[in-house]
Design a protein around this ligand. Structure first.
Ligand code: FAD
Length: 416
């Protein structure tokens, strides 16, 4: 009987692990508590707008190498769309001023030398002031590392770091912010092209399920792991309530569940305990013809607007302050800003507001320090997820890297 690797959780980390293992010829079973895969990155039909929407707009960058390799393996790269180059459109809402950052392809940042390409009102020194983030210490916040003001911080550093950390940047981990700066701005325009999935499920999830099926892997929905039988340094069984699955001698398990679940299944496992919300608002309206694929909004409640063929969708990160506001109030206030940016004069179109309270862990130094590695005290049990110690904030890229790593460890363990 060949060994089986059990993957618990069909979010992006679990799917990435399962794909890597299946492609290496392992027998894989994925267990997902819900009836749908994708976890925090999923699409669904929304009756209020009569559209298929994503739970949140998800931005990838062309330099997210693990995510790009994942999408290539799925064959769904055509579903990632964005501007042809690393161009980032912005508007300053109070003044109405618009500009576009043009980040040149190579690593030498020629763009910061050109007034047409860089942040308006900025000087070269303003960019140099971001550099200490690159070698920042793990226990420092962004505010303890760089000056959190000035044109480059206000119009580039703040929006970039807020989107990546999902945490008010001054309180954010300087080390995680540094990882973002290294993998984006310092890597040059080839790594910074923004890419948006035209349907999270269509591009990132359903093709993964099809690939797994073609490799012979099984995916079981409605299978919620209730407990793990952990003794003598080994996981002995998976308990799904009505069913107990015994792990044979060579079997292994990868727990790819969110940070608020994993410690209840592995007593003593360290994990972040504070989270930050993301609010997304979707408006069923055709974007104006020349509207960019995405635009950063400075000085408003709205932070980013994404254009889809059938809607304009808004992302607001670190959005805990908006959780107590009524959905109607939020939709009206957000639409006012969207209409101003897009130059649309119509009243509030059909809308939906999605509030993900625990979108990501809070990317502060204290929470970052709680992230565990993939290896556990149990030799045949690994953990994966965007909240494990990936060196990145909670992102698709981090989730996929963590799944790959857990899979590699399980493969290596069998080889030794
Ligand atoms: C609104 C929003 C916007 C975001 N925007 C971006 C973005 O622009 N760019 C970006 O890179 N990232 C973004 N992210 C983050 C990204 O979605 C996550 O990093 C990624 O999806 C996490 O994947 P994961 O596999 O680690 O966890 P999850 O997606 O949480 O997957 C865990 C899975 O485990 C399942 N599960 C839980 N308990 C059990 C159990 N007991 N038994 C079996 N299964 C179980 C869950 O149902 C879930 O399917 C965003 C997140 C949100 C919520």
């Amino acid at each position: 009987m060949p060994r089986t690797i059990h993957v618990i959780g069909a979010g992006l980390s679990g799917l990435a692990a399962a794909i890597r293992l299946s492609e290496r010829g392992e027998r894989v079973i994925v267990y997902e508590a819900m009836q749908q895969a994708g976890g925090r990155a999923r699409s669904y039909y929304d009756a209020a707008t009569d559209l298929v929407i994503d739970n949140g707009n998800h931005l990838l960058l062309s330099g997210n190498h693990a995510a790009m390799a994942y999408v290539r393996a799925l064959g769904s790269q055509a579903g990632l769309v964005g501007p042809p180059r690393a161009d980032f459109a912005f508007i300053d809402l109070p003044s109405g001023k618009r500009w576009t950052l043009h980040i040149n392809k190579g690593r030498t940042p020629w763009w910061i030398f050109s007034e047409q390409s860089r942040v308006p009102g900025s000087s070269l020194m303003d960019y140099v002031r971001l550099v200490p983030l690159v070698w920042a210490s793990k226990n420092k916040t962004v505010a303890e590392t760089i000056a959190c003001h000035g044109p480059v911080y206000d119009r580039l550093g703040h929006p970039l770091l807020l989107a990546a950390l999902n945490t008010d940047p001054p309180q954010g981990s300087a080390a995680l912010a540094g990882a973002i700066v290294r993998e984006t701005l310092l890597a040059g325009g080839l790594a910074c092209r923004p890419l948006i999935a035209r349907g999270l499920t269509e591009v990132l999830i359903d093709p993964a399920l099809r690939l797994l099926e073609s490799c012979g892997a099984k995916v079981r929905f409605g299978a919620q792991l209730r407990a793990l039988d952990l003794r003598d340094g080994k996981a002995h069984a998976l308990d799904f309530g009505t069913e107990r699955i015994v792990l044979e001698k060579e079997d292994a398990a990868i727990l790819a569940v969110p940070p608020w679940i994993a410690p209840s299944l592995i007593p003593g496992l360290s994990a972040p305990t504070q989270y930050r919300a993301i609010v997304n608002a979707h408006f069923r309206v055709q974007p104006p013809k020349d509207f960019p694929p995405m635009i950063g909004v400075i000085g408003g409640t709205v932070e980013w607007i994404f254009a889809f063929p059938d809607r304009l969708s808004v992302t607001i990160s670190g959005a805990d302050r908006l959780l107590d506001q009524s959905r109607e109030e939020l939709a009206t206030a957000i639409w006012r800003e969207v209409a101003q940016v897009a130059g649309i004069t119509t009243d509030l179109p059909p809308w939906q507001v999605v509030r993900e309270r625990r979108a990501t862990f809070a990317a502060t130094p204290a929470e970052n320090a709680k992230r565990p590695g993939a290896v556990t005290k149990f030799f045949n049990l690994y953990v994966a997820g965007d909240w494990t110690d990936t060196g990145l904030p909670a992102t698709i890229e981090g989730a996929i890297r963590s799944g790959n790593r857990a899979a590699d460890l399980a493969l290596r363990n069998q080889a030794t």
